[in-house]
Design a protein around this ligand. Structure first.
Ligand code: R5P
Length: 312
């Protein structure tokens, strides 16, 4: 691959795209990404991309459908303008929680989104902490799947928390929490949760000793904040000394930020895969940048170098 390296962005997270480009020591590619008066998304590339190796940075965060459409149209425009290769950089993959049918007569939305991205013309995908790793297999093109665990663990280690125990807030996250525990050298506790209805979380049971310990809840995303706040309360009820939380994606739907602010969580750490608008400081939410990691991955893909070192 000897085409020039270019990075374009939609409107989903231009700050992250800009930071990635700065890390790569290039400017962002110029494109008009807006709307026609009838509400349809409008895209026009303003740079020549012929023969270039192009990366489009666009997390499909809220408004999800709108950002997804921008991504699809950017990819289509790049293809039609003769880019040599197009990589969809999707730091947060929306629709990931709909990766299987939970009852009859439902779509598998995460698979449909993968089909759309491929049909638009993406040659590869670069993403981070997919809610369900199986989504990687929904694509018939290469997918590089980064993890933010190293960045989050480095921050937690820097706090020198006494007697730490890593907590998975549901049984589906045990593998993730266990790998995190190994990184920071801590114990493990597991919560069994149920969802009586969509977006409502209830703690059923907990396995592991948390009494007198500093609990660190590790999750892939925080959406309504229900899982987190319920888990934090259950941990304090069982004698945890204090509770922290780490998650890659700060979706923060609805009133999640004030809900977290009113909780007893000491600090909640997320990355900048999704841009934030709420008052994070008041809610004791800290953001860690994953731009250097994405920039390194993009450089390695561009130069056909191995990415294995970035997955450890
Ligand atoms: C669930 O399986 C995920 O790992 C998260 O725990 C969940 O998405 C968080 O959602 P909420 O913040 O709405 O409880």
């Amino acid at each position: 691959m000897d085409g020039r390296l270019l990075v374009f962005s939609g409107n989903a997270n231009e700050a992250l795209a800009r930071e990635i480009a700065t890390n790569l020591r290039i400017g962002l590619g110029r494109a008009l990404v807006g709307q026609f008066k009838n509400g349809e998304t409008r895209v026009k590339l303003q740079d020549n991309v012929r023969g270039c190796d192009v990366f489009v940075v666009q997390p499909t965060c809220s408004p999800v459908d709108h950002h997804l459409m921008e991504l699809l149209l950017l990819i289509d425009a790049l293809r039609r303008a003769s880019a040599a290769r197009v990589t969809a950089v999707i730091p947060y993959y929306g629709y990931a929680k709909q990766e299987k049918k939970t009852s009859g007569r439902e779509p598998i939305s995460a698979k449909l989104v993968a089909n759309l991205i491929r049909t638009a013309g993406a040659d590869r995908v670069l993403t981070m902490d997919l809610h369900a790793p199986a989504i990687e297999g929904f694509f018939d093109i290469p997918v590089d799947h980064l993890q933010a665990a190293q960045q989050l663990a480095d921050y937690i280690r820097s706090l020198n928390l006494p007697n730490p125990v890593v907590v998975s807030p549901d049984t589906g996250g045990v593998g993730r929490a266990n790998r995190f525990r190994e990184r920071i050298g801590a114990g493990l506790a597991i919560i069994a949760k149920q969802r009586p209805e969509p977006d409502v979380a209830e703690v059923l049971e907990m396995v592991g000793d948390v009494e007198g310990k500093t609990a660190i809840i590790v999750d892939d995303m925080i959406s309504t904040g229900g899982t987190l706040v319920e888990a934090a309360q259950a941990l304090l009820d069982r004698g945890a000394r204090s509770v922290y939380a780490c998650a890659t994606h700060g979706v923060f739907a609805s009133d999640a930020v004030p809900i977290i602010g009113r909780s007893d969580l000491v600090e909640t750490i997320v990355t900048n895969t999704i841009p934030q608008t709420g008052n994070l400081t008041e809610a004791r939410i800290r953001t860690i940048s994953v731009a250097p990691l994405f920039a390194e991955a993009i450089m390695r893909i561009h130069k056909d170098l191995s990415l294995s070192a970035l997955f450890s």
